[in-house]
Design a binder for this molecule. Sequence first.
Ligand SMILES: Cc1cc2nc3c(=O)[nH]c(=O)nc-3n(C[C@H](O)[C@H](O)[C@H](O)COP(=O)(O)OP(=O)(O)OC[C@H]3O[C@@H](n4cnc5c(N)ncnc54)[C@H](O)[C@@H]3O)c2cc1C
Length: 385
Amino acid sequence: MTALDYDVAVIGLGAMGSAALAHLSARGQRVLGLEAYSPAHGLSSSHGDSRIIRLGYFEDPSYVPLLRRAYENWRALERDTGRDVLTITGVLQIGRPDSPIVSGTLASCRAYDLDHEVLDRADMARRYPAFALDADEIAVFETQGGFVRPEAAVAACLDLARRNGAQIRMPARVTAIAPDDGGVTLHIGTERVRVGRVVAATGPWIGQLIPALAALASPIRQVVAWYAPKDEAATALGTMPVFLRDAGPVGSFFGFPQLDGAGVKVGKHAHFREPITDPDAPNPPVNDADTALLDDFIARRLPLAAGRRLAATTCRYTMLPGEDFLLDTLPGAPNVVVASPCSGHGYKFASVVGEILADLAQHGETALPITAFSFAALEAKAATA
Ligand SMILES: Cc1cc2nc3c(=O)[nH]c(=O)nc-3n(C[C@H](O)[C@H](O)[C@H](O)COP(=O)(O)OP(=O)(O)OC[C@H]3O[C@@H](n4cnc5c(N)ncnc54)[C@H](O)[C@@H]3O)c2cc1C
């Protein structure tokens, strides 16, 4: 049996991998981080200035305990690195009372006694004039909402990991993993590295390294745009909260106040659901249909933000059946820990996902509540999707 070069290798250093590397290195593990490109690069899912974080999870109240831990871990990362990662603005979740966003947020807030207010159209006009509501729409304002800065968070995790002695190689692409009873052999081109366990956190590329996910994980194209506000004060950070807005059969939109001089950012969840077949291919240019969708939304729903469009960019969601997460060891290969890219709503969790992945890599289990994110649960969701 060959000696191990490292206790654990983390493959992919985006949101999830960089957080796992930070947690593992803080526990004194000998860790190697491998990244095919660079931190939070333009083909990854972790660029674009901001990601919403919220406690009152409309998708399912069972996420709330993990979110509480995520908030604690983001604050710990800030303390450990001196970087500004998490900003609290409050979050507005807007729609008709029976919409999934509004009713689900209220269910979470009530189940966990989260600080929130219900605002009608008149309340909104007085308090948050940037938003235009229909007469039958309301907003749930949850005070603990805000945003995480993805590029800064990845950089902070990598700073911390380096400080704790982690080895980081980039660009370095893992071309195959070969687990056996004593560990895992990594193929990096023609080079071989022997490790005890691996964490595979390769985002939109997850199906390449983990064939069991090839048919289940679907990378899709996502577009966001930034606008110069018509009203600086109403859209300023400190005045305008982050938001999610139900749009009925069309889906939902999300957005952020002005940040670092870049304007107001908006996007539509899952945009046009266009599949990406080759994650290494350059992003196709943002086109007129992309911008028309976002221009129309901002003109009708955020009129005080609807000045000139300043920029638009492409990112990637990677969807799993049920739009859920997968955090588990690979069936038949307990030395391989797999993190899915979390179906377009995972960034806020990255700080706790890193802890979970470190637990799974170190001990094969975690005390954090992840039974809903197992391979078995994924197969059940796939069967009913
Ligand atoms: C526009 C947009 C808006 C979003 N908004 C929100 C939001 O408001 N709130 C929220 O919580 N979430 C949001 N998300 C989702 C969130 O950003 C993702 O869940 C998260 O970024 C996924 O991170 P990841 O680490 O899995 O993937 P990535 O960040 O893509 O990282 C994977 C890394 O693995 C590397 N890699 C791949 N293959 C290999 C290999 N073989 N060897 C070495 N390295 C490899 C890649 O180069 C990449 O850097 C949004 C996503 C997008 C695109």
